[in-house]
Design a protein around this ligand. Structure first.
Ligand code: ZN
Length: 293
């Protein structure tokens, strides 16, 4: 049964990979056409070069080995990882192991990534010279856009200095976003980035300027982020903020380790927690969100 599934995934993805390499993925295509799309949302994978490494009692590798089959079974249209993909300082050796997992996930669906404070711009780009998504021209930043059925996802880059906790989008990226949102059509748009908000020393340092850019664009419906290793929902005025759990470990045992099986439509989102460790009490819990109008 499992062999059959992996063979099917392999065949599907071989065809997909050939097409992806030739075209670059800017628009996802669907086996089944519907009013919604499915995304597997992962964050803070912290994948180490040394596969035996543990942190806070968790094996980041064992966790990924647990997450990948779950993602495959969920059959998403796309897979997003919101930063801190590599363990601590984004070493080339870390990205060799990251690539093993991204290759496995790519057999399931195209993978889109945002960089976090434990990633390294040059080493990431060396490991992934052509990643999925329409690449935005923002110098020194990895910014990608993908149209996914009823919604558009924009992966932003808040990496400021590798292995320094705080993040920043920077003026060039904020200006690009402002222009992009102004000229794009009104399709519901979801922004994804690594850093958290709230004005703390370790948060996104230009969060207020970021919200000033996006709030007037009513088609921006939600911001999805990681960094805190907490799973929680909040709002910035009427804009939904979704904080993804880490697949690697928690700092606070009340939160789960895991990922989120998300369904997006033109009117909202349905998010199912897939807890694999930490606090698993809410495993399978579905949270529904209605987009702001
Ligand atoms: Zn992290």
């Amino acid at each position: 049964m499992i062999d059959q599934l992996s063979r099917r995934l392999f065949i599907k993805s071989s065809v997909f990979a050939a097409g992806a390499a030739a075209l670059g993925i800017v628009e996802l295509t669907y086996a089944t056409q519907g009013d919604s799309c499915r995304w597997a949302l992962l964050s803070d994978t912290h994948i180490p070069a040394d596969k035996t490494e543990k942190y806070r009692g968790y094996s980041m590798i064992d966790n990924m080995d647990n997450v990948v089959p779950g993602v495959a079974v969920s059959k998403p249209d796309g897979i997003g990882i919101t930063g801190d993909i590599a363990r601590l300082s984004g070493k080339s050796e870390d990205y060799l192991v990251v690539k093993e997992y991204v290759d496995k996930l790519t057999l399931v669906a195209p993978v889109f990534m945002a960089l976090g404070n434990h990633d390294h711009f040059k080493n990431f780009n060396a490991a992934f010279p052509s990643t999925s998504g329409e690449k935005a021209q923002v110098k020194g930043k990895h910014v990608t856009v993908v149209n996914s059925g009823p919604v558009r996802l924009i992966f932003l880059d808040s990496l400021q200095i590798t292995n320094y906790v705080a993040g920043r989008l920077g003026q060039a990226q904020r200006n690009w976003l402002q222009k992009y949102l102004t000229k794009s059509d009104k399709k519901p748009t979801i922004l994804l980035l690594h850093h958290s908000f709230g004005g703390g020393d370790g948060d996104l340092q230009d969060d207020l300027r970021f919200f000033k850019v996006i709030q007037p664009h009513r088609n921006v419906k939600a911001v999805i982020y990681g960094h805190s290793h907490c799973y929680r929902f909040s709002k910035q005025d009427d804009l939904d903020l979704i904080n993804l759990p880490s697949t690697a470990y928690v700092f606070n045992n009340k939160f789960p380790v895991g990922w989120v099986d998300a369904e997006f439509s033109a009117t909202g989102a349905s998010l199912k927690l897939r807890a694999i460790a930490g606090n698993k009490a809410d495993e399978g819990k579905v949270t529904k969100i209605k987009w702001r109008s």
